[in-house]
Design a protein around this ligand. Sequence first.
Ligand SMILES: [Zn+2]
Length: 244
Amino acid sequence: MPNDQAEAIVLRTAPLGDQDKLAVLFCRDKGLLRGVAKGARKFGNRFGSSLEPMSVVRAFYHEKERRELVVISGCDLLESFFEIQAEPATAFLLTYFAELIEEFAPARAREEVLFRLLLSVLRCLKDGGDREFAAAYFEAWFLHANGLLPDLSACRKCGRPLAPGWLAPGKDGAFCPDCAPLRKEEVPAGTAAFLRWTRRNPPPGDSAPPFPAEDVARIRRTLQAAIVHHMEREPRTLQFLKAK
Ligand SMILES: [Zn+2]
């Protein structure tokens, strides 16, 4: 049984039998990895707090032939984001990030852009960064990294430049007033500037967000509509976030 290791962020765990846990890891070099952490439910087990959600770990594991789940033998904790999850709204937001990554990231494929995105947003939140802005930043980059961001520069149908254009529920891309269907929503002002900014800057830690909160809230609704469209359902965790 060859032993392997990976730098990973713990997305979630779930009880597995009386003694073990299922752990979903998001690895810098290997994408999603699902494994069994043997004995992780026992008192005083060797995993300690390394399997808390969003912990950055070095995981040691081996593959079982013809099994989807690897066997995780140990985890060294490299960086912890436990304390920021004492705030329920932040804890929910991180569960939402985890759900999106687990839904979209391929298993066993290098996903370093998404890995670095998640890590930078976690560090921004730990540094006291604005939660709504960090969420919008994650959503924008998440869509961009997955090639799902609608093109807001030109009408999808006739190619005319847009300022800023219209989105239609259930349709990809943005449209000019002539081509947009009856059911449509205007792209919020500032969306293009926001997307350009996120492309060029890291998430802003404890400094004031560079865009007004009302604009960020409107832009988030647009980004979430694109996520829901491509996921073909509303993320479970997003329903909780909206209900708060
Ligand atoms: Zn058009």
